[in-house]
Design a protein around this ligand. Structure first.
Ligand SMILES: Cc1cc2nc3c(=O)[nH]c(=O)nc-3n(C[C@H](O)[C@H](O)[C@H](O)COP(=O)(O)OP(=O)(O)OC[C@H]3O[C@@H](n4cnc5c(N)ncnc54)[C@H](O)[C@@H]3O)c2cc1C
Length: 496
């Protein structure tokens, strides 16, 4: 017998799980299938930025992460002589989102927390040990063939979302190819547990830009540390994975006896972006849609942003509050952001991965020409959204205190309207599922909102926490409605 659901999520890595929670919070019926029967026990991502922690809080995963993570005091790039080429350090402990600028975390802890939250949502059914075999378009949706322990079963869904990682069956089935941004470097990744109950050997993440062997040394969750060693042109993976080879590579930096090796794996760091993120009812998210080198620690962060961008669009289309074109806005909004971040990660990667000695000397001379205090910068700030927002919008909204809780908790996964004064329009917005709040009811964080509002009477924050825009309340809500209907953005409301 064929099962039916509104959304079939393929792959329950962190991105599929976050998407499942967002959909479940909005009451969308979803089935999430995952090939493996357990959470993958080893970390891949080590860093989460504050924006992602905030989105994971909305997905029920941030508290567990926060309880078992540590911030970086700085992220530094040093040359073979140990001189600082460039560095980044956070300003203050918490970002305006209310979360640490950086969280060095343990990925399996996050994934367990997301799955626990998923299990509380009645409209989402999780199926472990089940793999997507193939799918075909039928009517407005798709019919998927799923390999289960009881044999192949069919599931029909209005939308099929491939969160099935870099080798995505969904992407390949849709015939979607990648745009290659020209980065392909082999690195050995070593995850270690610190010996003797030591929680950290440093709070600084380091890139050793040594042309003889580029090396990354990165704190992870307390008690864990990661090293990454670039393979040299003549090296094969089997040459570098033995205990002896690893100890020899760690020795110039630390006593290898301090580290118990938990995992060793050779990865090729890529910069790939899918040419299409949506084909009708089939949509890609996370690594299925894009992969980037880890020099900014942004792969999972970007996948989480995908899930947060996509979930409310799917819900709005399913419930008839938005036109189908809103789903085309998903790629239009997310791809430039991912491209910008991937470009930055590639640029950092090129600095680190230089193996040509002369080129490394020239790089060092150039970067060391600036005084040392000028080489240390504030933590890299990511740009906001360039489309799907009104002129002046697009930045990530702050969090605030509301009735002794986080505004994010009070609003849930709804759009937020911040107004100077309540009006019929703001009450109507609240009555139709939005969250309306007056500026005076916001505690800490109100100042940030006030600044963003300028002199405007209202400001609208999208469910994914990007500011949609500011303006006169009724005009702002009309622009939001037009955006939902058409997927684009209505004319500048200031001129309306
Ligand atoms: C060395 C390294 C370091 C990194 N560091 C960072 C970092 O610090 N910060 C950061 O943000 N990102 C980092 N990343 C990237 C990050 O790990 C990934 O972007 C993220 O894990 C992708 O999540 P995902 O859910 O999209 O895919 P995945 O985690 O790959 O999950 C895909 C899931 O789909 C399942 N699946 C596949 N095919 C099928 C099928 N046919 N049917 C059913 N299920 C299927 C798989 O079993 C898997 O569970 C790093 C990556 C690497 C390799």
């Amino acid at each position: 017998m064929r099962e039916e659901t509104e959304v079939l999520i393929v792959g329950l890595g962190p991105v599929g799980a976050a998407l499942g929670v967002y959909l479940g919070r909005m009451g969308v019926s979803a089935i999430a299938i995952e090939r493996d029967s357990e959470v993958y026990p080893m970390p891949r991502a080590a860093h989460l930025d504050h924006e992602t922690m905030r989105l994971l809080h909305l997905a029920g995963g941030a508290e567990a992460v926060a309880g078992a993570s540590q911030p970086l005091s700085a992220y530094e790039f040093r040359n073979a002589a140990g001189e600082l080429l460039m560095g980044f350090s956070p300003k203050g402990e918490l970002a305006p989102t209310g979360w640490p600028w950086t969280s060095m975390f343990h990925q399996p802890t996050l994934e367990h927390a997301l799955r626990a939250r998923l299990a509380t949502l009645p409209s989402v059914s999780v199926r472990l040990g089940q793999a997507l075999k193939t799918w075909r378009a039928e009517g407005e949706g798709v019919v998927a063939e799923v390999e289960t322990p009881e044999g192949v079963k069919e599931i029909s869904a209005r939308f099929l979302v491939g969160c099935d990682g870099g080798n995505s069956t969904v992407r390949r089935g849709a015939g979607i190819t990648f745009d290659d941004m020209g980065f392909d470097e082999p690195w050995l990744v070593i995850d270690t547990v610190l010996a003797g109950g030591v929680t950290r050997i440093s709070t600084v993440g380091l890139q050793y830009c040594d042309p003889a062997r580029p090396v990354t040394s990165m704190p992870m969750a307390p008690g864990r540390h990661r090293f990454e060693f670039m393979l040299l042109p003549h090296e094969r993976p089997e040459d570098v994975v033995s205990d002896e080879a690893i100890a020899a590579m760690i020795a110039p930096y630390h006593d290898p006896a301090q580290f118990g090796i938990e995992r060793r794996a050779v990865y090729r760091f890529h910069a790939l972006i899918a040419k299409e993120w949506r084909k009708g009812p089939v949509i890609l998210a996370g690594d299925a849609a894009h992969q980037m080198p880890p020099f900014l620690g942004q792969g999972l962060c970007s996948g989480t942003r995908d899930a947060a961008n996509l979930a409310w669009k799917i819900e709005a289309v399913l419930r008839g509050r938005a036109g189908d074109a809103l789903l085309d806005a998903y790629q239009a909004e997310r791809e430039p952001h991912v491209r910008m971040i991937t470009g930055m990660a590639v640029a950092l990667g090129r600095i680190v991965c230089t193996q040509d000695v002369e080129a490394a000397c020239a790089r060092d001379k150039d970067m060391l020409a600036a005084p040392e205090d000028k080489r240390m910068n504030e933590m890299i700030a990511l740009e906001g959204l360039k489309s799907g927002v009104l002129p002046g919008g697009g930045m990530v909204a702050p969090d605030a205190r509301f009735m002794r809780a986080r505004l994010d908790d009070a609003a849930g996964f709804a759009p937020i309207l911040v107004v100077r004064e309540e009006s019929e329009a703001s009450r109507g917005f609240a009555a139709s599922g939005g969250f309306a709040v007056s500026l005076s009811a916001l505690g800490s964080g109100a100042a940030f909102f006030k600044e963003m509002m300028g002199g405007a009477p209202a400001l609208l924050v999208r469910p994914d926490r990007y500011v949609f825009g500011a303006g006169e309340t009724a005009a702002l809500l009309a622009a939001w409605k037009a955006y939902l209907a058409g997927g684009g953005v209505a004319a500048n409301i200031a001129a309306a």
